[in-house]
Design a protein around this ligand. Sequence first.
Ligand code: SAH
Length: 397
Amino acid sequence: MNEQTVIIKRRFSDKLKKGYPLVEQGALSEKAKFGHEGSILRFVDESGVFIGKGYYGKQNKGIGWMLTQRENESINTNFFSGKIQAALDERASLFSDKHTTAFRVLNGEGDGIGGLTIDYYDGYYVCTWYSEGIYSFRDHVYKALESIMSYKGVYEKKRFASKGQYVEDDDFVMGERGDFPLLVKENGITFAVYLNDGPMVGVFLDQRDVRNRIRDEYAKGKEVLNTFSYTGAFSVAAALGGATKTTSVDLAKRSHAKTIEQFSVNGIDYEAQDIVVMDVFNYFKYAKKKEKTFDLVILDPPSFARSKKHTFSAAKDYTSLLQDAISITEKNGVIIASTNCSTFTMEKFQTFIKDAFKKEKLSYQILEEYRLPDDFRTNKSFREGNYLKVVFIKRVG
Ligand code: SAH
Protein backbone atom coordinates (compact mmCIF):
# COMPACT_ATOMS: atom_id res chain seq x y z
CA MET A 1 0.00 0.00 0.00
CA ASN A 2 1.14 3.56 -0.67
CA GLU A 3 2.63 5.30 2.29
CA GLN A 4 2.43 9.03 2.73
CA THR A 5 5.14 10.73 4.75
CA VAL A 6 3.81 13.36 7.16
CA ILE A 7 5.79 15.59 9.50
CA ILE A 8 4.77 15.58 13.15
CA LYS A 9 5.21 18.80 15.12
CA ARG A 10 7.82 18.80 17.85
CA ARG A 11 5.28 19.09 20.67
CA PHE A 12 3.63 15.85 19.54
CA SER A 13 6.59 13.92 18.18
CA ASP A 14 8.28 13.30 21.53
CA LYS A 15 5.13 11.63 22.84
CA LEU A 16 4.71 9.47 19.76
CA LYS A 17 8.34 8.38 19.95
CA LYS A 18 7.69 7.11 23.47
CA GLY A 19 4.83 4.98 22.19
CA TYR A 20 1.81 7.25 22.65
CA PRO A 21 -0.38 5.71 19.95
CA LEU A 22 -2.84 8.50 19.13
CA VAL A 23 -2.21 11.10 16.46
CA GLU A 24 -3.88 14.13 17.93
CA GLN A 25 -5.63 16.92 16.14
CA GLY A 26 -3.01 19.50 15.29
CA ALA A 27 -0.06 17.08 15.34
CA LEU A 28 0.72 17.45 11.65
CA SER A 29 3.01 20.30 10.81
CA GLU A 30 1.34 21.31 7.59
CA LYS A 31 -2.17 20.80 6.38
CA ALA A 32 -1.43 17.33 5.19
CA LYS A 33 -2.65 16.32 1.78
CA PHE A 34 -3.08 12.70 2.68
CA GLY A 35 -6.34 12.26 0.90
CA HIS A 36 -8.79 9.74 2.17
CA GLU A 37 -9.46 7.98 5.46
CA GLY A 38 -7.47 4.81 5.70
CA SER A 39 -4.37 6.24 4.02
CA ILE A 40 -1.22 4.73 5.49
CA LEU A 41 0.86 7.48 7.04
CA ARG A 42 4.58 7.39 7.71
CA PHE A 43 5.33 9.76 10.58
CA VAL A 44 8.64 11.62 10.76
CA ASP A 45 9.76 14.36 13.12
CA GLU A 46 10.75 17.86 12.01
CA SER A 47 14.26 16.63 11.23
CA GLY A 48 12.92 13.84 9.08
CA VAL A 49 13.66 11.06 11.59
CA PHE A 50 11.25 8.12 11.31
CA ILE A 51 8.80 7.78 14.23
CA GLY A 52 6.26 5.22 13.17
CA LYS A 53 3.51 4.23 10.78
CA GLY A 54 -0.23 4.35 11.12
CA TYR A 55 -3.40 5.38 9.40
CA TYR A 56 -5.54 8.43 8.92
CA GLY A 57 -8.96 8.05 10.52
CA LYS A 58 -11.04 10.69 12.21
CA GLN A 59 -12.33 9.79 15.63
CA ASN A 60 -13.46 12.01 18.46
CA LYS A 61 -10.08 11.42 20.06
CA GLY A 62 -7.78 12.33 17.19
CA ILE A 63 -7.07 11.95 13.51
CA GLY A 64 -5.43 8.58 13.45
CA TRP A 65 -3.46 5.92 15.25
CA MET A 66 0.14 4.81 15.09
CA LEU A 67 0.25 1.06 14.44
CA THR A 68 3.95 0.29 14.39
CA GLN A 69 7.30 1.85 15.15
CA ARG A 70 9.13 -0.57 12.89
CA GLU A 71 10.03 1.08 9.64
CA ASN A 72 10.02 -2.08 7.53
CA GLU A 73 6.75 -3.48 8.88
CA SER A 74 3.87 -3.32 6.38
CA ILE A 75 0.25 -2.78 7.34
CA ASN A 76 -1.31 -5.78 5.63
CA THR A 77 -3.26 -8.95 6.45
CA ASN A 78 -0.21 -10.39 8.17
CA PHE A 79 0.07 -7.36 10.41
CA PHE A 80 -3.54 -7.71 11.56
CA SER A 81 -3.24 -11.51 11.96
CA GLY A 82 -0.24 -11.02 14.20
CA LYS A 83 -2.02 -8.56 16.47
CA ILE A 84 -5.20 -10.65 16.64
CA GLN A 85 -3.30 -13.86 17.33
CA ALA A 86 -1.35 -12.19 20.14
CA ALA A 87 -4.59 -10.83 21.58
CA LEU A 88 -6.21 -14.28 21.48
CA ASP A 89 -3.19 -15.84 23.21
CA GLU A 90 -3.45 -13.25 25.99
CA ARG A 91 -7.05 -14.33 26.64
CA ALA A 92 -6.37 -18.08 26.63
CA SER A 93 -7.49 -18.46 30.24
CA LEU A 94 -10.82 -16.76 29.51
CA PHE A 95 -11.41 -18.99 26.48
CA SER A 96 -10.99 -22.04 28.67
CA ASP A 97 -13.18 -20.69 31.51
CA LYS A 98 -16.48 -22.59 31.42
CA HIS A 99 -18.20 -19.97 33.57
CA THR A 100 -17.35 -16.98 31.39
CA THR A 101 -18.32 -16.98 27.72
CA ALA A 102 -18.38 -13.24 27.00
CA PHE A 103 -15.34 -10.98 27.13
CA ARG A 104 -13.17 -8.63 25.11
CA VAL A 105 -10.73 -10.22 22.72
CA LEU A 106 -9.01 -7.18 21.27
CA ASN A 107 -9.03 -3.79 22.95
CA GLY A 108 -8.03 -1.19 20.40
CA GLU A 109 -4.71 0.53 21.06
CA GLY A 110 -4.16 -1.70 24.10
CA ASP A 111 -3.71 -4.60 21.69
CA GLY A 112 -1.98 -2.54 19.01
CA ILE A 113 -4.91 -1.64 16.74
CA GLY A 114 -6.27 1.76 17.71
CA GLY A 115 -9.83 2.25 16.49
CA LEU A 116 -10.98 -1.39 16.56
CA THR A 117 -12.35 -3.58 19.34
CA ILE A 118 -13.41 -7.23 19.12
CA ASP A 119 -15.68 -8.89 21.67
CA TYR A 120 -16.50 -12.56 22.08
CA TYR A 121 -19.99 -13.87 22.88
CA ASP A 122 -20.07 -17.63 23.10
CA GLY A 123 -18.79 -18.44 19.63
CA TYR A 124 -19.75 -15.12 18.03
CA TYR A 125 -17.45 -12.17 17.51
CA VAL A 126 -18.44 -8.51 17.37
CA CYS A 127 -16.02 -6.07 15.74
CA THR A 128 -16.57 -2.40 16.56
CA TRP A 129 -15.01 0.06 14.12
CA TYR A 130 -14.46 3.59 15.36
CA SER A 131 -13.60 5.40 12.11
CA GLU A 132 -13.98 5.17 8.35
CA GLY A 133 -10.20 4.95 8.29
CA ILE A 134 -9.90 1.75 10.29
CA TYR A 135 -12.96 0.34 8.52
CA SER A 136 -11.09 0.55 5.23
CA PHE A 137 -8.91 -2.31 6.56
CA ARG A 138 -11.93 -4.53 7.14
CA ASP A 139 -11.02 -7.04 4.41
CA HIS A 140 -7.61 -7.58 6.00
CA VAL A 141 -9.10 -7.98 9.45
CA TYR A 142 -11.88 -10.36 8.37
CA LYS A 143 -9.41 -12.41 6.36
CA ALA A 144 -7.21 -12.58 9.43
CA LEU A 145 -10.19 -13.61 11.58
CA GLU A 146 -11.16 -16.32 9.10
CA SER A 147 -7.71 -17.80 9.03
CA ILE A 148 -7.00 -17.88 12.77
CA MET A 149 -10.28 -18.23 14.62
CA SER A 150 -13.03 -20.72 14.62
CA TYR A 151 -16.33 -18.98 15.05
CA LYS A 152 -20.04 -19.47 14.65
CA GLY A 153 -20.58 -15.99 13.26
CA VAL A 154 -19.19 -12.47 13.07
CA TYR A 155 -21.10 -9.20 13.57
CA GLU A 156 -19.87 -5.63 13.37
CA LYS A 157 -20.75 -2.20 14.76
CA LYS A 158 -19.85 0.91 12.85
CA ARG A 159 -19.46 3.85 15.17
CA PHE A 160 -17.92 6.39 12.90
CA ALA A 161 -20.65 8.72 11.73
CA SER A 162 -20.31 11.92 13.68
CA LYS A 163 -18.90 11.81 17.22
CA GLY A 164 -18.66 8.04 17.22
CA GLN A 165 -22.36 7.59 16.67
CA TYR A 166 -23.59 4.19 15.62
CA VAL A 167 -24.39 3.67 11.94
CA GLU A 168 -27.66 1.77 11.63
CA ASP A 169 -27.22 -1.34 9.53
CA ASP A 170 -27.61 -5.08 9.35
CA ASP A 171 -24.61 -5.88 11.51
CA PHE A 172 -24.13 -9.45 10.29
CA VAL A 173 -20.80 -10.07 8.50
CA MET A 174 -20.06 -13.78 8.00
CA GLY A 175 -20.49 -17.29 9.33
CA GLU A 176 -23.95 -18.22 10.53
CA ARG A 177 -26.51 -15.84 11.95
CA GLY A 178 -27.16 -16.13 15.66
CA ASP A 179 -30.48 -16.85 17.37
CA PHE A 180 -31.18 -13.97 19.70
CA PRO A 181 -31.24 -13.59 22.60
CA LEU A 182 -27.98 -15.42 22.83
CA LEU A 183 -27.36 -16.54 26.42
CA VAL A 184 -23.81 -15.89 27.53
CA LYS A 185 -22.17 -16.38 30.92
CA GLU A 186 -19.96 -14.30 33.11
CA ASN A 187 -18.63 -15.92 36.27
CA GLY A 188 -21.73 -18.10 36.14
CA ILE A 189 -24.18 -15.20 35.74
CA THR A 190 -26.29 -15.47 32.58
CA PHE A 191 -26.89 -12.51 30.29
CA ALA A 192 -29.20 -12.32 27.30
CA VAL A 193 -27.48 -10.47 24.45
CA TYR A 194 -28.61 -9.28 21.03
CA LEU A 195 -25.80 -8.81 18.54
CA ASN A 196 -27.90 -7.37 15.73
CA ASP A 197 -30.03 -4.79 17.51
CA GLY A 198 -28.25 -1.44 17.63
CA PRO A 199 -24.98 -0.31 19.13
CA MET A 200 -25.32 -1.96 22.54
CA VAL A 201 -25.84 -5.68 22.98
CA GLY A 202 -27.32 -5.77 26.49
CA VAL A 203 -24.33 -6.00 28.80
CA PHE A 204 -21.20 -3.92 29.31
CA LEU A 205 -18.33 -6.38 29.52
CA ASP A 206 -15.94 -4.00 31.28
CA GLN A 207 -17.82 -4.32 34.61
CA ARG A 208 -17.28 -8.07 34.98
CA ASP A 209 -14.99 -7.83 38.02
CA VAL A 210 -17.30 -5.35 39.73
CA ARG A 211 -20.40 -7.50 39.22
CA ASN A 212 -18.54 -10.51 40.53
CA ARG A 213 -17.48 -8.62 43.64
CA ILE A 214 -21.00 -7.32 44.28
CA ARG A 215 -22.44 -10.81 44.04
CA ASP A 216 -19.78 -12.46 46.18
CA GLU A 217 -19.14 -9.85 48.87
CA TYR A 218 -21.53 -6.92 48.98
CA ALA A 219 -25.08 -8.08 48.30
CA LYS A 220 -26.09 -10.61 50.93
CA GLY A 221 -28.98 -9.38 53.03
CA LYS A 222 -28.80 -5.91 51.53
CA GLU A 223 -31.37 -3.58 50.06
CA VAL A 224 -29.81 -2.42 46.79
CA LEU A 225 -30.45 0.61 44.58
CA ASN A 226 -29.01 0.41 41.06
CA THR A 227 -29.17 3.75 39.26
CA PHE A 228 -28.66 4.21 35.49
CA SER A 229 -29.37 0.50 35.46
CA TYR A 230 -29.71 -0.13 31.66
CA THR A 231 -30.57 -3.89 31.52
CA GLY A 232 -30.09 -4.31 35.27
CA ALA A 233 -26.83 -6.27 35.14
CA PHE A 234 -25.68 -5.03 38.56
CA SER A 235 -29.13 -5.81 40.00
CA VAL A 236 -28.91 -9.37 38.69
CA ALA A 237 -25.49 -9.80 40.31
CA ALA A 238 -26.83 -8.40 43.59
CA ALA A 239 -29.95 -10.60 43.55
CA LEU A 240 -27.85 -13.70 42.87
CA GLY A 241 -25.63 -12.67 45.77
CA GLY A 242 -28.56 -12.72 48.16
CA ALA A 243 -29.80 -9.12 48.19
CA THR A 244 -33.12 -8.86 50.01
CA LYS A 245 -34.36 -6.66 47.21
CA THR A 246 -33.03 -4.68 44.26
CA THR A 247 -34.40 -1.47 42.77
CA SER A 248 -33.28 -0.65 39.23
CA VAL A 249 -33.81 2.87 37.90
CA ASP A 250 -33.36 3.91 34.29
CA LEU A 251 -34.97 6.50 32.10
CA ALA A 252 -35.17 4.38 28.96
CA LYS A 253 -38.53 2.69 28.51
CA ARG A 254 -37.02 -0.44 27.03
CA SER A 255 -34.90 -0.95 30.12
CA HIS A 256 -37.99 -2.35 31.89
CA ALA A 257 -38.48 -5.36 29.61
CA LYS A 258 -34.73 -5.82 29.24
CA THR A 259 -34.27 -5.98 33.00
CA ILE A 260 -37.13 -8.45 33.41
CA GLU A 261 -35.42 -10.60 30.79
CA GLN A 262 -32.03 -10.54 32.56
CA PHE A 263 -33.63 -11.53 35.88
CA SER A 264 -35.65 -14.27 34.20
CA VAL A 265 -32.74 -15.92 32.40
CA ASN A 266 -31.10 -16.22 35.84
CA GLY A 267 -34.16 -17.80 37.43
CA ILE A 268 -34.85 -14.75 39.61
CA ASP A 269 -38.46 -13.79 40.26
CA TYR A 270 -38.53 -10.30 38.78
CA GLU A 271 -41.80 -9.53 40.51
CA ALA A 272 -39.95 -9.53 43.81
CA GLN A 273 -37.67 -6.77 42.47
CA ASP A 274 -38.46 -3.14 41.67
CA ILE A 275 -37.83 -1.95 38.13
CA VAL A 276 -38.51 1.75 37.77
CA VAL A 277 -38.54 3.72 34.52
CA MET A 278 -37.74 7.19 35.77
CA ASP A 279 -35.20 9.97 35.65
CA VAL A 280 -32.69 9.10 38.38
CA PHE A 281 -32.70 12.66 39.65
CA ASN A 282 -36.44 12.50 40.16
CA TYR A 283 -36.06 9.15 41.83
CA PHE A 284 -33.68 10.66 44.38
CA LYS A 285 -36.26 13.35 45.16
CA TYR A 286 -38.97 10.72 45.51
CA ALA A 287 -36.82 8.53 47.79
CA LYS A 288 -35.91 11.48 50.00
CA LYS A 289 -39.55 12.50 50.32
CA LYS A 290 -40.58 8.96 51.23
CA GLU A 291 -37.52 8.58 53.49
CA LYS A 292 -36.46 5.47 51.62
CA THR A 293 -32.91 4.36 52.29
CA PHE A 294 -30.64 1.65 50.90
CA ASP A 295 -27.71 -0.42 52.16
CA LEU A 296 -25.97 -0.45 48.80
CA VAL A 297 -26.29 2.23 46.12
CA ILE A 298 -24.73 1.78 42.68
CA LEU A 299 -23.99 4.82 40.53
CA ASP A 300 -22.99 4.18 36.94
CA PRO A 301 -24.06 7.19 34.88
CA PRO A 302 -23.05 7.83 31.29
CA SER A 303 -20.29 10.44 30.86
CA PHE A 304 -22.85 12.78 29.43
CA ALA A 305 -26.64 12.60 29.40
CA ARG A 306 -29.46 14.91 28.65
CA SER A 307 -32.98 14.22 29.86
CA LYS A 308 -36.01 16.50 29.74
CA LYS A 309 -35.04 18.42 32.83
CA HIS A 310 -31.40 17.62 33.47
CA THR A 311 -28.12 17.73 31.71
CA PHE A 312 -25.60 15.53 33.45
CA SER A 313 -21.88 15.70 32.81
CA ALA A 314 -19.75 13.32 34.86
CA ALA A 315 -16.84 15.77 34.90
CA LYS A 316 -19.02 18.56 36.29
CA ASP A 317 -21.82 16.92 38.19
CA TYR A 318 -20.52 13.73 39.80
CA THR A 319 -20.10 15.41 43.19
CA SER A 320 -23.74 16.41 43.36
CA LEU A 321 -24.82 12.96 42.12
CA LEU A 322 -22.84 11.47 45.02
CA GLN A 323 -24.47 13.88 47.45
CA ASP A 324 -27.88 12.63 46.35
CA ALA A 325 -26.73 9.05 46.77
CA ILE A 326 -25.18 9.69 50.21
CA SER A 327 -28.43 11.16 51.47
CA ILE A 328 -30.34 7.94 50.86
CA THR A 329 -27.61 5.50 51.90
CA GLU A 330 -27.83 3.95 55.37
CA LYS A 331 -25.12 4.64 57.91
CA ASN A 332 -22.37 2.07 57.27
CA GLY A 333 -23.92 1.46 53.89
CA VAL A 334 -21.88 1.25 50.70
CA ILE A 335 -21.90 3.38 47.56
CA ILE A 336 -20.34 1.98 44.43
CA ALA A 337 -19.36 4.98 42.32
CA SER A 338 -18.45 4.19 38.74
CA THR A 339 -17.58 6.30 35.74
CA ASN A 340 -16.43 5.57 32.22
CA CYS A 341 -15.49 9.19 31.58
CA SER A 342 -11.99 9.35 30.09
CA THR A 343 -11.48 13.09 30.56
CA PHE A 344 -10.55 12.88 34.25
CA THR A 345 -8.26 10.63 36.27
CA MET A 346 -8.86 8.36 39.25
CA GLU A 347 -7.22 11.03 41.44
CA LYS A 348 -9.71 13.62 40.24
CA PHE A 349 -12.58 11.18 40.73
CA GLN A 350 -11.52 10.73 44.34
CA THR A 351 -11.68 14.49 44.86
CA PHE A 352 -15.35 14.37 43.77
CA ILE A 353 -15.93 11.75 46.47
CA LYS A 354 -14.10 13.79 49.08
CA ASP A 355 -16.02 16.95 48.19
CA ALA A 356 -19.37 15.20 48.27
CA PHE A 357 -18.86 13.79 51.76
CA LYS A 358 -17.47 17.10 52.97
CA LYS A 359 -20.53 18.91 51.70
CA GLU A 360 -22.76 16.35 53.41
CA LYS A 361 -20.63 16.70 56.58
CA LEU A 362 -20.11 12.96 56.79
CA SER A 363 -17.05 10.76 56.82
CA TYR A 364 -16.30 7.82 54.58
CA GLN A 365 -13.87 5.06 53.95
CA ILE A 366 -12.69 3.80 50.59
CA LEU A 367 -13.01 0.03 50.59
CA GLU A 368 -11.67 -0.86 47.17
CA GLU A 369 -11.04 0.43 43.68
CA TYR A 370 -11.42 -1.15 40.27
CA ARG A 371 -10.09 -0.27 36.84
CA LEU A 372 -10.65 -2.12 33.57
CA PRO A 373 -10.46 -5.92 33.75
CA ASP A 374 -7.43 -7.62 32.18
CA ASP A 375 -9.14 -8.44 28.89
CA PHE A 376 -9.63 -4.68 28.36
CA ARG A 377 -5.92 -4.40 27.87
CA THR A 378 -4.52 -0.89 27.94
CA ASN A 379 -1.44 0.80 26.54
CA LYS A 380 0.75 2.19 29.33
CA SER A 381 1.61 5.26 27.25
CA PHE A 382 -2.07 6.04 26.76
CA ARG A 383 -3.54 6.63 30.20
CA GLU A 384 -6.88 7.90 28.97
CA GLY A 385 -7.49 4.47 27.45
CA ASN A 386 -7.89 3.14 30.99
CA TYR A 387 -11.17 5.01 31.29
CA LEU A 388 -13.07 2.91 33.84
CA LYS A 389 -12.93 4.02 37.47
CA VAL A 390 -14.95 2.29 40.15
CA VAL A 391 -14.71 3.07 43.85
CA PHE A 392 -16.46 1.18 46.66
CA ILE A 393 -17.13 3.70 49.45
CA LYS A 394 -18.46 3.09 52.93
CA ARG A 395 -20.55 5.83 54.45
CA VAL A 396 -19.12 5.88 57.95
CA GLY A 397 -20.97 8.69 59.71
N1 SAH B 1 -25.03 0.60 34.76
C1 SAH B 1 -25.38 -0.01 33.50
C2 SAH B 1 -24.93 0.78 32.31
C3 SAH B 1 -25.42 2.20 32.31
S1 SAH B 1 -25.53 2.84 30.69
C4 SAH B 1 -24.81 -1.42 33.43
O1 SAH B 1 -23.96 -1.79 34.23
O2 SAH B 1 -25.23 -2.19 32.57
C5 SAH B 1 -26.29 4.35 31.04
C6 SAH B 1 -27.79 4.27 31.25
O3 SAH B 1 -28.19 5.50 31.85
C7 SAH B 1 -28.62 4.13 29.98
O4 SAH B 1 -29.39 2.95 30.08
C8 SAH B 1 -29.53 5.38 29.99
O5 SAH B 1 -30.85 5.10 29.58
C9 SAH B 1 -29.51 5.77 31.44
N2 SAH B 1 -29.76 7.19 31.75
C10 SAH B 1 -29.18 8.29 31.22
N3 SAH B 1 -29.63 9.40 31.84
C11 SAH B 1 -30.49 9.01 32.80
C12 SAH B 1 -31.28 9.68 33.80
N4 SAH B 1 -31.25 11.00 33.92
N5 SAH B 1 -32.04 8.92 34.62
C13 SAH B 1 -32.06 7.58 34.49
N6 SAH B 1 -31.35 6.90 33.59
C14 SAH B 1 -30.57 7.59 32.75
